[in-house]
Design a protein around this ligand. Structure first.
Ligand SMILES: Cc1cc2nc3c(=O)[nH]c(=O)nc-3n(C[C@H](O)[C@H](O)[C@H](O)COP(=O)(O)OP(=O)(O)OC[C@H]3O[C@@H](n4cnc5c(N)ncnc54)[C@H](O)[C@@H]3O)c2cc1C
Length: 390
């Protein structure tokens, strides 16, 4: 396993010894804290909060966040975050990333637009892994058409009264702090604000959802029934907060693309190891040309997608951001992961259909990457429009 991960990074011009340090740090964490318990968490659909605290202690949850709130930003660039995503993917269960890193999408709006009091109250505890965050945008009526979201927040004196519901929310059960998109104004994006809503607020309830994969991470429906939220919990300007969520999508898609590459590598590695040992027709699978070609083709897909990831990460680091790149990248990475998982399952044969192989789990999990954080159809359409194909 380790050889493949190390080889591509050594060849890349974007990685140096500081990235390798993060790589080893996260890998040690996964090997010590995650792998011995992962099957149990997947079976019980429950991961202890203690894991987040340990990840905080190891410096994983604070990676790339400002030092003044307890993060590590000195000398850190987006490639360190990609290394972290890649190493988390080594666990062979995408839910681990969701368990530990959902604040990567939920916290930035608070840091960019929240009051200083809010930042001080929330960020250090989240970056230490003591508190957990969720981001609530999707609603039962749909996630693609965000501009039409229906959850309302009506201002009454010093409070907003929130009514509505959210669907498919990562960390929806375990979170302490929820960054929730609500309608405070008229129709469309310009009527949407962000509110920080805390677990335990009267009228705020959650229901756990059973799902196809990512079993160790919780996903929930959220219900708001006349929930009173102090106006101080408004994040950014009223009717103007949503833009920060949109800006954040590029980083989210970049990291998701790296996770797809990492998980595709896990599938390829498992398939290659299997093929070297499995005998059919009197010889090892790798001695059949068609299997060798299959493995090489999987490698080809991963390497070309990784090159696109690195290019987009470089553009991100240099501030040369075009949303179309990140939209196309996520589709490319998802399809690579999907194809490689399929081919790995084919090489493993019946074993891939039985619980116990990483490929079995990842083959189920690949679906979420094609839907969450912008579905393929929506992202390709976004790219098409941005590129002027209309
Ligand atoms: C495990 C998991 C975790 C998630 N975590 C979060 C989270 O933490 N926070 C959060 O807010 N959301 C979360 N989501 C929700 C996710 O972002 C949405 O599922 C996604 O945005 C799609 O929304 P939808 O499921 O409502 O599908 P819909 O919007 O109903 O779309 C259904 C299908 O129609 C297609 N479609 C829709 N409109 C068009 C169009 N105009 N043209 C062509 N095709 C179209 C879509 O691509 C999709 O294939 C999560 C989802 C999952 C499965």
């Amino acid at each position: 396993m380790e050889a493949i991960f190390d080889a591509w990074r050594v060849r890349s011009p974007f990685y140096n010894e500081t990235h390798e340090e993060i790589s080893h740090l996260v890998r040690r964490f996964i090997q010590k804290e995650v792998l011995p318990n992962l099957d149990h968490w997947e079976a019980t659909c429950d991961t202890p909060r203690e894991l987040n605290r340990k990840a905080g202690e190891a410096g994983i949850t604070g990676l790339g966040f400002p030092e003044q709130y307890g993060g590590t930003s000195e000398g850190i660039d987006i490639f360190h975050n990609l290394v972290c995503a890649e190493e988390l993917a080594l666990a062979g269960a995408g839910g681990i990333h969701s368990v530990l890193m959902t604040h990567f999408v939920a916290l930035p709006p608070v840091l960019a637009m929240g009051s200083e009091e809010m930042k001080q109250r929330i960020a250090p505890a989240v970056l230490r892994g003591e508190k957990i965050m969720a981001l609530g945008i999707t609603e039962p009526s749909g996630g693609s058409d965000v501009a039409r979201l229906k959850t309302t927040a009506v201002r009454r004196g010093g409070k907003y009264i929130v009514n509505g519901s959210k669907m498919f929310i990562s960390n929806g059960m375990r979170a302490d702090y929820y960054v929730v998109a609500v309608r405070t104004g008229g129709e469309g994006m310009k009527g949407i604000s962000l509110l920080l809503i805390e677990k335990g607020s009267p009228g705020f309830t959650q229901t756990k959802l059973d799902k196809m994969g990512w079993h160790c991470s919780d996903t929930a429906a959220l219900y708001f029934d006349d929930v009173e939220v102090p106006v101080e919990n408004l994040i950014g300007p009223e009717n103007g907060g949503f833009i920060k969520i949109l800006e954040n999508f590029n980083a989210e898609r970049l990291v998701a693309a790296q996770s797809c590459c990492g998980q595709a590598r896990v599938c390829l590695t498992e398939a290659a190891e299997w093929a070297k040992q499995r005998y059919t027709f009197g010889k090892r699978l790798t001695e059949h040309q068609v299997i060798r070609v299959k493995l090489a083709d999987m490698q080809r897909h991963i390497d070309t997608t990784q090159a696109f990831v690195d290019l987009c990460a470089w553009r991100f680091r240099e501030g040369k951001i075009n949303a179309a790149d990140f939209a196309l990248l996520k589709v490319q990475a998802t399809r690579t992961f999907e194809r490689v998982a399929r081919e790995a399952a084919q090489v493993l044969g019946g074993a891939s259909y039985i619980r116990g192989t990483k490929t079995e789990r990842l083959y189920r999990e690949v679906r979420v990457y094609a839907i969450g954080g912008g579905s393929e159809e929506i992202l390709l359409d976004l790219a098409g429009r941005q590129l002027g194909y209309c």
